[in-house]
Design a protein around this ligand. Structure first.
Ligand SMILES: C[S@@+](CC[C@H](N)C(=O)[O-])C[C@H]1O[C@@H](n2cnc3c(N)ncnc32)[C@H](O)[C@@H]1O
Length: 184
């Protein structure tokens, strides 16, 4: 069952550089993101992960930031310009429950959904749409906050992803998070 959306003021806190002391985006993403990749950050908020990922994929890659709140994307755009990665970024506003990834059909190398799925009204649609967007064999790192999301609930979420066709290939250690690496 989905909860309230993350308010914009929490979005600001989540993009604080202090968070990197606990959840370092480069460390978390290094095994999964390489130069030239097309990656999607579902529920990107203000880009705590999107902006470092833009640096990691480089000028030949692309980062698609998807969020349901226009204000989050607006702030991400400003931060991407400031970080000098604007030309690598692409933005999608989630409308009517859809992530709007149809044009990327089987063209995506990696997807991140960090602390998002517990807010999503219809996670099955999210998993079906991301599954379609990924290349065969490409991966999806699913992380949910420990404490906020129970082990049981995380297990139910992973089962929903599996019902959409994903396979669990790893359970990486991600600070204060439940995490699984899914593969198409
Ligand atoms: C708790 S924040 C996490 C942000 C970011 N992933 C991070 O770890 O810093 C959750 C984000 O997911 C977004 N969100 C919630 N439901 C969504 C949906 N159905 N589609 C896309 N984004 C969504 C919210 O607007 C919010 O920006």
């Amino acid at each position: 069952m989905a909860e309230h959306l993350c308010p914009v003021w929490i979005g600001n806190l989540l993009s604080s550089p202090l968070r990197k002391m606990i959840q370092n985006p480069e460390k978390i993403l290094l095994p999964h993101v390489t130069p030239g990749m097309t990656v999607v950050d579902v529920g990107c908020a203000m880009g705590f992960f999107s902006i470092p990922m833009a640096g990691m994929v480089g000028s030949k890659g692309r980062v698609v930031g998807v969020d349901i709140q226009e204000k989050m994307l607006h702030s991400l755009k400003k931060r991407a310009v400031k970080a000098g990665v604007e030309s690598t970024m692409d933005y999608r506003l989630c409308v009517n429950g859809s992530l709007g990834l149809e044009d990327l059909d089987q063209g995506v190398d990696f997807i991140l959904a960090f602390a998002v799925v517990h807010e999503v009204q219809d996670p099955a649609t999210l998993f079906a749409e991301t599954f379609r967007a990924l290349k065969p064999g490409a991966t999806f790192l699913l992380c949910e906050p420990r404490g906020h999301v129970s082990q049981q609930r995380f297990g139910d979420t992973v089962a929903m992803a599996q019902a959409c066709g994903y396979r669990v290939v790893d359970s990486p250690r991600v600070p204060i998070s439940h995490a699984v690496l899914l593969e198409k």
